[in-house]
Design a protein around this ligand. Sequence first.
Ligand SMILES: Cc1cc2nc3c(=O)[nH]c(=O)nc-3n(C[C@H](O)[C@H](O)[C@H](O)COP(=O)(O)O)c2cc1C
Length: 259
Amino acid sequence: MNSKAIDFYYFTGTGNTLLVARKMAETFSDSGIEVNFRRIESSDPADVDLSHTLGIAFPVACQSTYLLVWKFLRALPECDGTEVFMVDTMQSFSGAIVGPLRKVLKKKGYRPIGAKEIVMPGNWFPKRINEEKNAGKVTRGLDKAAGFAQKIVDGSSRWRRVPVLSDGFYWICSRPKTWEMMAKAGEKFTVDVEKCNGCGICEKLCPVGNVTAGEPPSFGGSCQQCMRCISFCPSEAILVPDKEYALYSAVKVKEILGD
Ligand SMILES: Cc1cc2nc3c(=O)[nH]c(=O)nc-3n(C[C@H](O)[C@H](O)[C@H](O)COP(=O)(O)O)c2cc1C
């Protein structure tokens, strides 16, 4: 790594990615590198400091990542060799992010110095939560995060790309239809009015302004299914009809909101 500061842009739905980014930051700080955390959903890509190393962290969604993350990445300014690394968290597999993102960033003039995908507990409507298994996954995931950060510091990290495979996956996963389907499913969320206390946290949590607080809150047509509103509703009042699932979260709601 050339610079002594990292601006670490992250998006997290239920906290896995935040845990990973924080773990990496510990290693960076131990090596005397300054880390500035920035939330993707409330950052302007035009404000990125091109004299710092750029870190990007996000969850895998539909083999790729959320449209809101892609929107930020595609709008990054052009530069002359700013170092960039990415880390994602996922339940098991992603085919459509590491290669395609490298391509986009290279084209803008960034120097990709490392990419890592880290398995963490699944948060997409898990049937049940196995606390022990999840704890094991988190421990292993955070170990990998620390190891990856150390490699970035040492200069031995890599950003490998599997050209044909990842381009093919990207083509499939980035089709508007995929995200229209996600949004349609999000429109079907309902609220148990007996449980809802009208606190409005769901509106604050939504990274795309799709939830309007009220008694009950209402949902628009641009949900990306990050799971925040469902997972962090303090009265567990947001429901998905005809679906059996348990709620997963890796952190407290205030850590997501940054209070
Ligand atoms: C809508 C949605 C789609 C997902 N798609 C994938 C996927 O394609 N592959 C995968 O391995 N995990 C997938 N996951 C699981 C998440 O990537 C994983 O649990 C991640 O660590 C969540 O990070 P977060 O807690 O920071 O939001 C998906 C989760 C959601 C909510």
